[in-house]
Design a protein around this ligand. Structure first.
Ligand SMILES: [Zn+2]
Length: 100
C-alpha cells in the first residue's frame, strides 16, 4: 500500500484524481442513515475500512476514508473526517468505483 505523508502538501498532479477517479459529493442523508442536528448529520457506529490516497477535494485537508456498506450505511462511499463530507467515486466511464 502506498502511504503518503499527511504533512506533505499535495502536488497539483496528485490532488484528487490519481487514477482517473472522479469524486462526486453526495448528500450524507442519501448514503447514511442518521439523525440531522442543526448543521451536522450524525450516524452511529460507522466503521471506516481504510484511508485512501485521495485527499478531500473540498477542504483539501483530510485523506478520504473508505466506508463500505454496513448497518447504517446504504451506499459505499468516501468520507472526509475533516469536513465530514461524503463522496461517491466513479471511474472515467461513469461506473461506480466502490463496489463490494
Ligand atoms: Zn474535507
Amino acid at each position: 500500500m502506498n502511504q503518503i505523508d499527511p504533512k506533505q502538501s499535495p502536488t497539483t498532479e496528485q490532488r484528487y484524481q490519481p487514477a482517473g477517479l472522479y469524486l462526486v459529493q453526495l448528500d450524507p442523508q442519501s448514503v447514511v442513515d442518521g439523525v440531522r442536528y442543526d448543521d451536522t448529520y450524525l450516524a452511529d457506529e460507522i466503521r471506516t475500512c481504510g484511508t485512501m490516497r485521495e485527499t478531500c477535494p473540498v477542504c483539501g485537508d483530510g485523506h478520504l476514508q473508505l466506508v463500505l456498506r454496513q448497518k447504517s450505511v446504504r451506499i459505499p462511499h468516501l468520507f472526509c473526517l475533516e469536513c465530514t463530507r461524503c463522496f461517491g467515486a466513479f471511474l472515467e466511464d461513469g461506473t461506480p468505483a466502490l463496489i463490494e
